[in-house]
Write a protein that binds this ligand. Sequence first.
Ligand SMILES: Cc1cc2nc3c(=O)[nH]c(=O)nc-3n(C[C@H](O)[C@H](O)[C@H](O)COP(=O)(O)OP(=O)(O)OC[C@H]3O[C@@H](n4cnc5c(N)ncnc54)[C@H](O)[C@@H]3O)c2cc1C
Length: 502
Amino acid sequence: MNTPPNHIVIVGGGTAGWMAANLMSHQWAKFNCTITLIESQAIGSVGVGEGTTPFFQGFFDRLGIQESEWMQAANATYKCGIRFPDWVSNVNKTSYFHPFYSHIDTPQVPLFFANANFRREGMEVDAHPDDFFVTAKLADQCRSPIAKSDSLQRLDYGYHFDAGLLGEFLKKKGIQRGVRHIDDKVSDVRLDANGDISSVIAVNAGELTADLFVDCSGFKGLLIQQALGEEMVSYQSQLFNNSAVAIPTAIDCSKGLPSETVSKALSNGWVWHIPLANRFGNGYVYSADYLSPEEAELELRQHLGSKADGVKALHLNWTPGRITHHWKNNCIAIGLSQGFLEPLEAPMLNIIQRSIENFVELYEKSGFTREYQQEFNQDINSLIDGTRDYLQAHYKLNSREDSQYWKDCRSNINQSKELKAILDGWLSNTNFDQVLRDNIHNQVYFKTSWYCILAGMDHFEEVNKPAVRAAKRNHHRAKEASLAKAERFVEHKEQLKIIYNC
Ligand SMILES: Cc1cc2nc3c(=O)[nH]c(=O)nc-3n(C[C@H](O)[C@H](O)[C@H](O)COP(=O)(O)OP(=O)(O)OC[C@H]3O[C@@H](n4cnc5c(N)ncnc54)[C@H](O)[C@@H]3O)c2cc1C
């Protein structure tokens, strides 16, 4: 194994900076490796980012931190998946649930695939995903993904949390692990003759040298973009949204605590509702080409009603896209400095986690080797591009007629050839599973997710023949099984009482 760098400087103390500090200090604890994290509390962090995918379970498992400990510290709740109301209109069901697929779904899922393929052939069958997955039923019933008895296998699930509190928790843990913390502003970055970063200059702390620099400075990409000249490749032509307005509201759990993110389409974008232990996080994601910040805030306030009265709104904007070289010379970019995709499927923390884990693994193999840098960059690029395609599919498949925005999203011809092949392949006579195998290389969204979005958004031709009997049976059997299995899981509110000791 290649020994880690002697000294690492991480610039930035948002979620990305502290995730990197914790994972690197844990992984390289037995080596004489010094990690310094410099952040400017006066500049602050982005302060949003409240939902995860199931991959996040692995982050804390790896650090050996109990779920009950960090969840309590971050007002966290469980997440069974994401519900997407109103992305389609003029159909029977205008909402579908994107579940976190687990082993418990194994008997029902082939029935779902079979029905979706019957429906692709024009049969009148129920191929909507919601009755085929246990987590969809858990979310319907405000249950947690934790089983009443240990005899059931653990489900894959995600979390919702307060980003500010999670940042504080990670910071405390990082400092306990020996990460040196400096609150100061980086004002300059110096390069040596090879183009490597030799040091960063802080206003009060002066010059900080290191072997490896980690750029977690957020959207501005202080090291990777500004100092090393890495350019952002814009995805604006594929993903129109570049702005958000967020307003938290109180949460009323009298009828149960939701265990799902809701991503509901509005007139010119979509709104997230994320249930935390003490409040809802809400935010309207939209394109500034179609809506002004004032119009967006007004629409969000109307949507939220009196609960939002007097609560200050936070406005954010970005350019969707990514850089090409996330690991360049002796610098690695993690977090918003490496790119950004809108939070529609909460993908960013997964990209952060995978970037750090892949980097550590490859660095241990052979240090700053060009070949491994290339492998790393290609892997992260295809992860981000595959995620972008899955996000864009939501927009391509919408059937709303109420605004130019939705019509433009649907007719947008700027899409990758992989996405086009998937969308066309679904409506054609071909073997769709083969189309997927050919086009989803290295993505996070696999067969189940693609079937769910395509069937859930009713992307089918007209019905032209009656159902075969097996199809009706499939739906009935899967629904009964999902409902019966869901009963074996603890109510979300009750499970949180256990986690929070109250
Ligand atoms: C509207 C919105 C919703 C989101 N929702 C989700 C979600 O649901 N799920 C998800 O996974 N992700 C989500 N994200 C993304 C997520 O918020 C970020 O990926 C995550 O917070 C990581 O941010 P970061 O640490 O890279 O940057 P930041 O939080 O911006 O941190 C940057 C750090 O750099 C420091 N810094 C900057 N300049 C200097 C300087 N000159 N000197 C010293 N320090 C400096 C700052 O002080 C700060 O500590 C969302 C993002 C947005 C915009």
